[in-house]
Design a protein around this ligand. Structure first.
Ligand SMILES: Nc1nc2c(ncn2[C@@H]2O[C@H](COP(=O)(O)OP(=O)(O)OP(=O)(O)O)[C@@H](O)[C@H]2O)c(=O)[nH]1
Length: 598
C-alpha cells in the first residue's frame, strides 16, 4: 500500500455517544469482519467493558476500503474510551493518529467530554471531522447539535456536517469517504531510519510483551534487531503484524503503519509506553517526544487475600504495562502485611483495575479506603512531606500545616437539575467560579477539594441530575486545609490500614457513623471488642462488637455471684491479653470506610 493511501485516525466522543457502534459499522462496511463476528460489539472485549457497557482500553483495527474514486485505502482506526478517568488513554491514541472523527450524539448535543477531547485532538494537530450520530432517535435534535458543533471551533464554521446513525448504518458511507478526502496521509519516509512510537502494550502469557506501534519513519521486518531508546533495551522483533482487530502476522510494516511487535521481553518493567523503537544497525538520531507520565489523583492500598502476594505482584506489573496510567509500589501494613500502594486517575479507574484483577488474573484484592495526596508541612521541616498513605500521615503534634489538592470541576447540566446540582456541589465544599449557558445547558465551574470528588461525587451527580449532568475535573493546585487523621482502634489496638484523612469539621460525624458500621462487619471474637475512632489522641466515638457467645455474666442467667465474678475476671483477662489487632479484616470492613457519607 502506498503511504498516500493510508489514513490513521481515532474516534473520539463523550461517553455513550456511539464510538464503539460506529467502529463496528466501519469494520462491517469495509468487510473487515464477517457478518457473524459483527453480531456482537467486537471491540469492547474486556469483561469489565461488557459488564459496564463502556470502553476502557483503546483498540486498533486495520481496514481496507475501496473508495468511490476507485482506489483502495488502508484505514487504521483507534477506538478510544469516553469516561473522564480514561483521558490519558485517549491522548495516547491521538499521538498515533493524523485525524479524528469527533462523534456527537444528536439527542444530547455537545457535552463536556466532547469539548475536552476536541482540545486534545487540536493539541496533537489532528484534522478533526465532526459527525452527528443517532439521527434515527426520536429525541434527536440534529440542527441544534450542528449549531453547537459550529460554535466549538472556527474550523467548523463552514464544514458540511455529517449526519449519521451508527446503529442503522445510515450515511456511514459518507464518513468513510470523508476520511480519505479530509484526513491527510501520514508523512514520513521509508528511507529514513526506523522511528516508531510505542503507544500501547499488552502482556501475552505465551509471547511476552507485545508493543503497539505507529511507524513514523522507516520500515520493520520480522527478526529485525531493535532497541527502545529511553532505556537502551534491546528488542528482537520475533513477530510483527497488524490488527484486524485480532493480531495477524505481517511480513513488514512501513512508515505510516500502525501495528504490533512481539518483543520477546518477559519482564513487564522492561517497556514503557511512549518510548521510541528504532533499529540497532541504523538508529534514528532523535527519539519522539513521548508522553507526559500520567499523574495519579487517587491512591489506595491493594492487599492479597490469603497467600497470594507474588501473584498480585505479577498481576499489577502486567496491568501497569497495559494501562500506563495505573501506578503501583510495594507497601506494608501491620494489619494486612505486604501489599501495594496504587495510584489511579479516579475512583472509576480504581474500580476497573480491581475488576480486571478479578477477571483477568482471578485475584480478589482487599482495597483500603482511597485518598488523595497531602502536602504535610512539619514543624521545623524544610520541604513538605508528600503523603499519599494515611498510615504515613505524621502525628498531629508534629504538624505545622497541611495542604490538600484542589480541583476545578466543570459540570454541564440541564436547567431543571441546576438547583440540585448546585446544592450537591456546595455540600462538597464547592465554590462557584463561573456559570454560563451553552445552548439549553448550564455550565458550572466549581473549585473544590479533590478529596470531595474522589469518592462518590460522580455517582451522586448522576443521581441528582437523573443521568444528564456531566463532569470533567482538572487539578487546580494545592491549598491549606484543616484536615485530621481518623484512626480506628479495635480492642485498644490501632488498625493502621483503616486510617483515613478528612476535614476536621467532618470528623465527628464520620467517626460516629464509622464505628456503628464497623460494629456489624468486624468478625466477632469470644469477648466483646471495643471499636473506637480516635482523632488527635481522643476517642470521638465507640461501640462494642458483641462477643460470639453469650456474655454469661451480663445476660441475667442464674449463676452464683462468685461464678459471675470469675467469668468477668476471665473475660477481662482475655481482653488484656488480646489487646492487639489479630482480627481478620474482610473487605466489608474497608467498605465501611468507603461508604461513609461525606
Ligand atoms: N438510536 C441510536 N442509538 C445508538 C446509535 N449509535 C449508538 N447507539 C447506542 O448508544 C449506546 C452507546 O453506544 P456505544 O457505541 O457503546 O458508545 P461509546 O461511545 O462507544 O461508549 P463508551 O465506549 O463507553 O464511551 C448503545 O446503547 C448504542 O446502541 C445510533 O446511531 N442511534
Amino acid at each position: 500500500m502506498q503511504i498516500q493511501n493510508v489514513r490513521n485516525f481515532a474516534i473520539i466522543a463523550h461517553i455513550d455517544h456511539g464510538k464503539s457502534t460506529l467502529a463496528d459499522r466501519i469494520m462491517e462496511q469495509t468487510q473487515t469482519v464477517s457478518d457473524r463476528e459483527s453480531q456482537a460489539q467486537l471491540l469492547d472485549d474486556l469483561a469489565v467493558e461488557q459488564a459496564h457497557g463502556v470502553t476502557v482500553k483503546s483498540r486498533t483495527v486495520r481496514n481496507y476500503y475501496t473508495a468511490d474514486d476507485g482506489q483502495e485505502y488502508e484505514y487504521n482506526f483507534i477506538d478510544t474510551p469516553g469516561h473522564v478517568d480514561f483521558t490519558y488513554e485517549v491522548s495516547k491514541s491521538l499521538a498515533a493518529s493524523d485525524g479524528a472523527l469527533l462523534l456527537v450524539d444528536a439527542t444530547q448535543g455537545v457535552q463536556a467530554q466532547t469539548v475536552a477531547n476536541l482540545r486534545l485532538a487540536q493539541d496533537n494537530h489532528l484534522t478533526v471531522i465532526p459527525v452527528i450520530n443517532k439521527i434515527d432517535a426520536a429525541a434527536a435534535d440534529v440542527e441544534r447539535t450542528a449549531e453547537q458543533i459550529r460554535s466549538l471551533s472556527p474550523d467548523f464554521a463552514d464544514v458540511t456536517m455529517l449526519k449519521i446513525s451508527a446503529k442503522t448504518g445510515l450515511n456511514v458511507h459518507d464518513v468513510l469517504e470523508a476520511i480519505h478526502t479530509t484526513i491527510p496521509a501520514p508523512t514520513g519516509s521509508l528511507k529514513q531510519p526506523l522511528k516508531a512510537l510505542v503507544f500501547d502494550s499488552q502482556y501475552d502469557a505465551f509471547k511476552g510483551i507485545i508493543a503497539y506501534v505507529r511507524l513514523m519513519d522507516g520500515q520493520l521486518k520480522p527478526n529485525d534487531k531493535l532497541k527502545l531508546m529511553a532505556t537502551d533495551q534491546p528488542v528482537m522483533a520475533n513477530e510483527i503484524g497488524i490488527f484486524t482487530p485480532q493480531r495477524v502476522a505481517a511480513k513488514q510494516l512501513v512508515a505510516g503503519d500502525v501495528g504490533y511487535v512481539v518483543t520477546g521481553l518477559k519482564d513487564p518493567q522492561a517497556l514503557r509506553v511512549g518510548d521510541t523503537l528504532t533499529s540497532v544497525a541504523n538508529p534514528t538520531a532523535t527519539a519522539l517526544p513521548g508522553y507526559q507520565p500520567s499523574q495519579s489523583m487517587v491512591f489506595a492500598g491493594f492487599y492479597p487475600q490469603g497467600d497470594h502476594y507474588h501473584d498480585l505482584q505479577l498481576a499489577v506489573e502486567k496491568l501497569a504495562l497495559n494501562d500506563a496510567s495505573f501506578h503501583y509500589r510495594p507497601e506494608s501494613s501491620d494489619a494486612l502485611g505486604a501489599g501495594f500502594r496504587c495510584g489511579f486517575l479516579g475512583i472509576f479507574h480504581l474500580q476497573i483495575i480491581r475488576e480486571r484483577l478479578h477477571d483477568e488474573y482471578g485475584l480478589d484484592v482487599l482495597t483500603t479506603a482511597p485518598n488523595v495526596t497531602y502536602r504535610v508541612h512539619v514543624k521545623n521541616g524544610d520541604d513538605p512531606l508528600i503523603v499519599d498513605n494515611p498510615i504515613k500521615f505524621p502525628d498531629y503534634s508534629k504538624i505545622d500545616y497541611v495542604e490538600e489538592p484542589l480541583a476545578t470541576a466543570t459540570i454541564t447540566t440541564t436547567s431543571e437539575s441546576l438547583s440540585d446540582v448546585m446544592k450537591l456541589a456546595t455540600q462538597h465544599k464547592g465554590e462557584l467560579q463561573d456559570m454560563r449557558n451553552q445552548g439549553d445547558l448550564v455550565v458550572l465551574e466549581y473549585q473544590l477539594p479533590f478529596a470531595e470528588i474522589a469518592y462518590d461525587f460522580f455517582n451522586a451527580l448522576k443521581s441528582v441530575s437523573h443521568g444528564y449532568a456531566t463532569l470533567t475535573t482538572e487539578l487546580a493546585g494545592y491549598d491549606i486545609a484543616d484536615v485530621v487523621k481518623v484512626e480506628v482502634h479495635v480492642n485498644y489496638a490501632r488498625v493502621d490500614a483503616l486510617s483515613f484523612v478528612v476535614h476536621r469539621e467532618d470528623a465527628p460525624l464520620m467517626a460516629q457513623e464509622l464505628v456503628h458500621k464497623l460494629k456489624f462487619v468486624i468478625p466477632r471474637k469470644l469477648n466483646p471488642m471495643p471499636v473506637q475512632s480516635v482523632v488527635e489522641g481522643k476517642a470521638l466515638a465507640r461501640v462494642d462488637v458483641p462477643p460470639l457467645r453469650k456474655n454469661a455474666a451480663a445476660n441475667g442467667e442464674k449463676r452464683s455471684t462468685s461464678k459471675k465474678q470469675a467469668l468477668l475476671r476471665r473475660q477481662s483477662m482475655n481482653k488484656r491479653q488480646s489487646a492487639h489487632s489479630d482480627i481478620e479484616l474482610p473487605q466489608e470492613v474497608f467498605n465501611a470506610v468507603l461508604d461513609l457519607e461525606k
